[in-house]
Write a protein that binds this ligand. Structure first.
Ligand code: HEM
Length: 122
């Protein structure tokens, strides 16, 4: 189930990411370009890879580390992306929230990497 939710959320981030790209293109306002790039790469590309990796190695999806990875990543990423957008639009007080979201995302990624080394073997 975790792999399905990673893939579904990846697809949703894809829609949001390309919508930002589209909006930037038509308005010729590129201020939110880092949000667009990170939504596409952390949201769409990385999450689709997590879903595919957990599909190929199902044992890796059934661990506490995988659940922690999913939870922290999906709490951290929306916080980080919204705070980054608010920050870029001029509200510098959003900076600590970018750090908070990024911390959750990075801890989630560390869980993923430890899980991968433990569960994915030749
Ligand atoms: C309909 C789809 C998309 C549109 C219309 C679009 C549009 C744009 C635009 C207008 C920029 C700003 C370019 C600049 O000012 O230099 C940009 C930058 C960027 N986009 Fe997209 N994009 C799309 C999809 C994607 C996807 C799928 C990814 C990644 C998987 C992506 C990753 C990036 C990155 C990394 C940058 C920053 C490039 C740099 O720093 O020079 N974009 N995009």
């Amino acid at each position: 189930m975790l792999k399905i939710w990673f893939l579904r959320l990846a697809a949703i981030y894809f829609v949001i990411g390309v919508s930002f790209g589209y909006a930037m293109s038509v308005t010729e306002n590129f201020i939110l370009m880092p949000v667009h790039a990170h939504i596409n790469l952390l949201g769409w590309v990385s999450m689709a890879l997590f879903g595919l990796i957990y599909s190929v190695w199902p044992a890796a999806a059934n661990t506490r580390l995988a659940k922690t990875h999913f939870t922290l990543y999906n709490i951290g990423l929306p916080i980080m992306m919204s705070a980054l957008a608010i920050f870029l639009l001029g509200n510098k007080q959003a900076a600590p929230a970018i750090g908070l979201g990024a911390t959750l995302v990075v801890i989630g990624i560390l869980c993923f990497v430890i899980n991968l080394f433990r569960q994915v073997k030749a």
